[in-house]
Design a binder for this molecule. Structure first.
Ligand code: MLT
Ligand code: ZN
Length: 463
């Protein structure tokens, strides 16, 4: 080890896996944002909580920043290491540790992939209901760090609702055991909830106890084509009143074009500006008839132009692909992403203002919208035109994001619904959180990480 600091770390932890090859630094130093040039000092792959604690102690002594790292599928730069940090990858700590049939909990290490959690829950006849398209590569530790949402929030809520215990190594290397799986625990501040969504700036999750639940009843998946934007919330209100929704997602014709070009199958002929994929409980024939009646009512009202109901699991998967495949279909274009939310009741007014703003500010730029409209959460993906430099493009997107942030502020919304603040959104945190809140957040960070070694620069500029 030519670097004295790393040689010291290796001396302290002779069994610790440390990577320093350029290809490895690049691989572990970036997330899905692909905007920053990775430049970590090294990658540490601990295999135990003891090793994580020792690394954090070493980082304090040596004043080295740590970037906790899971599946690096993040879209806000929260796991980027571009300034000589030590990336602490939890990918080797990826086991299921325990299943408790009475508590209906699964205790896992943080590097476990979400899909593996789903499979483990299913093997016990239960489900872990948080779900989204990155399920095959994101890790539970990263989900906790960002309070990940996804496509079933409308039914099950965010990650936050499903974590009943956490073990966390905080900034001074101490291990905290938070909530210990309790359902009821009125014993003061809930540090577990504070850790969830803190983006690795307060502690490193080294173990999590997840609450499981019963699988949902049989469901049906429907794709709807909508004639105009106002119809989105009209159909949502109708379907929510008449059916038990598991998901209600939307995308635009632009999003559809990309996903079709990327291999998905067209399910509705004709051109429509908006589409909805919805999944709802369909326990028996009566429930299926109710869905059909809701669809027909929407058709009569002129809120829906066309629609299909999946007749098999394969068709359901094909319909879902139209929504879930969007991110992947855009990935090579490295879109600038906004991930915003407002209260459901504010969606119609906000959508109109936002559409006018984007049309005015991005006249020559392709903007692809999709998202979890039933949660008031929209993803706005801006695509850099050929011939425009990255620098000009980012400058323009940041200008529009400032305007968008002001619009959100007027509507009481959030600049980050589910992707986190990371590096991408930190300049806009003030649009969502008051100065008093931000000052308290920084104070909390000082308490948990006095020397600022945990993911500095994420969430807040400068530390
Ligand atoms: C999604 O809803 O598909 C994810 O949040 C990913 C994305 O926004 O690209
Ligand atoms: Zn999303």
């Amino acid at each position: 080890m030519s670097d004295a600091r790393l040689a010291d770390l290796s001396r302290r932890l002779p069994d610790l896996r440390l990577l320093t090859e350029p290809g490895e630094l690049e691989h572990y130093g970036r997330d899905w944002t692909r905007r920053w040039t990775p430049a970590p000092l090294a990658i540490a792959l601990p295999s135990s909580i003891d090793e994580v604690q020792a690394i954090v102690c070493w980082a304090n002594e040596r004043q080295i920043a740590i970037v906790p790292s899971g599946g690096r599928t993040g879209l806000s730069g929260g796991a980027v290491a571009a300034n000589g940090e030590l990336v602490l990858s939890l990918e080797r700590m990826n086991r299921v540790l325990d299943f408790d049939a009475v508590d209906r909990t699964l205790t896992v290490q943080p590097g476990i992939i979400l899909q593996t959690v789903h499979e483990a829950a299913r093997s016990h006849g239960l489900i872990y209901p948080v779900d989204f398209a990155a399920r095959g590569s994101c890790s539970i530790g990263g989900n906790i760090a960002t309070n990940a949402g996804g496509i079933r929030v409308i039914r099950y809520g965010n990650t936050r609702e499903w974590i009943v215990g956490l073990k966390v190594v905080v900034g001074n290397g101490e291990l905290l055991e938070l909530n210990r799986g309790l359902i009821k625990n009125s014993s003061g501040y809930d540090f577990r909830q504070l850790m969830i969504g803190s983006e690795g700036t307060l502690g490193i999750v080294v173990e999590a106890t997840l609450k499981l639940t019963d699988p949902p009843p049989p469901s049906q998946v429907m794709l709807l084509a909508l004639p105009h934007m106002d119809a989105l919330m009209q159909v949502f209100a109708l379907f929510r009143a008449r059916l038990t929704l598991q998901a209600f997602e939307f995308f635009t014709d632009h999003a559809l074009e990309h996903v079709l070009a990327h291999g998905a199958q067209r399910a509705i002929d004709g051109d429509y500006p908006y589409y909805v994929v919805t999944e709802f409980d369909a326990v028996d024939e009566r429930a299926q008839d109710a869905a059909l009646a809701a669809f027909e009512h929407a058709l009569e009202q002129g809120w829906v132009s066309d629609g299909v109901i999946a007749q098999s699991e394969a068709q359901s998967a094909a319909l879902w692909r139209l929504r879930e495949g969007i991110t992947e279909s855009l990935a090579s274009r490295r879109p600038y992403k906004n991930d915003v939310s407002v209260r459901i009741s504010a969606v119609p007014a906000f959508l109109h203002e936002m559409q006018a703003l984007l049309a005015h500010e991005y006249p020559q730029i392709e903007v692809v919208w999709f998202g979890h409209i039933g949660d008031g959460n929209l993803h706005i993906n801006v695509l850099r035109p050929d011939g425009m430099s990255e620098e000009t493009f980012i400058a323009q997107c940041e200008h529009v994001t400032r305007l968008l942030a002001a619009t959100l502020q007027r509507h009481g919304g959030s600049i980050s619904a589910e992707h986190g603040i990371g590096l991408v959104k930190r300049a806009y945190l003030e649009s969502t959180r008051s100065a008093a809140e931000i000052a308290l957040m920084q104070g909390v960070r000082k308490v948990f990480d006095p020397n600022g070694v945990l993911n500095p620069g994420k969430l807040f500029a400068g530390g």
